[in-house]
Design a protein around this ligand. Sequence first.
Ligand SMILES: NC(=O)c1ccc[n+]([C@@H]2O[C@H](COP(=O)([O-])OP(=O)(O)OC[C@H]3O[C@@H](n4cnc5c(N)ncnc54)[C@H](OP(=O)(O)O)[C@@H]3O)[C@@H](O)[C@H]2O)c1
Length: 261
Amino acid sequence: MAVAGSETRFPTTPSFRLDGQKALVTGASKGIGRAIAIAYAEAGADVVLAARSLPEMEATVDGLARKGLKARAFALDVTDREAVRAMVAKHGPFDILLNNAGTNIREPFLEAKDASVDALIDLNIRAAFTVAQAVAQGMVSAGRRGAIVNLSSVNGHVAGINRSVYTATKHALEGLTKAMAAELGPHGIRVNAICPTFIETPLTAGVLSDEAFMARAVRAIPLGRIGQVEDIMGAAVFLAAPASGLISGASLLIDGGMCCL
Ligand SMILES: NC(=O)c1ccc[n+]([C@@H]2O[C@H](COP(=O)([O-])OP(=O)(O)OC[C@H]3O[C@@H](n4cnc5c(N)ncnc54)[C@H](OP(=O)(O)O)[C@@H]3O)[C@@H](O)[C@H]2O)c1
């Protein structure tokens, strides 16, 4: 006989796997996007890689196929709205979106060029919006309860020197994450953001090869090191998996404690 007030239900740990899920990863030809595409395939998802450089993505798809994992690659410029909508209509609906394609142009605020402002807003905000909207429309039409992860940055929380435009775009992505979480929650779609500190990728190879810059970056991180793409892979799987089923509108810092200072 159960004792009054005791727990009779034995909970099961929700899954950290993505088996049977179809995932779209943008900016999957290199860096963080490529690593997350690999992580999603290893977690059991059927992954669609999208970026402009097809040969690099095909090499990743071949590597995954050799491990018996499912993935396909498509050339896509995410700033081309019609191409994005056509691609999602043709290859969707998706259960998971890793909205990752993005870049940075480092310039002091006083010298930032119009072309840099336009390019960063176009890729980091407009294209991220278009991809997320197209994928969410597909999820809702198909009645799928999906997960969307926006690739933000510590600069979605704090400013970066010589990164005023980038900081503005990543703050916008944080706002978009909250707004999407609010509107898409009733459809069972979760939307979250990942916010890395400096991660060694082709994007950061230039600045991180500057010893003085690297030393400053490491000093700013309580854990005493910059990140590798592996530091992002687990968080990206978690936020797409049933294990994070009630997490939406969250912004997960992966910064070694940087934003605590
Ligand atoms: N690395 C860091 O320290 C760091 C820190 C915080 C946040 N982030 C964010 O993480 C994301 C990935 O950064 P990363 O370091 O991996 O950069 P990366 O090494 O430069 O890779 C960027 C990816 O985006 C793709 N891309 C760029 N423009 C595109 C376009 N118009 N259409 C489609 N794909 C496009 C690139 O592929 P193609 O050139 O083949 O198109 C590439 O696959 C970005 O949103 C970045 O802001 C990076």
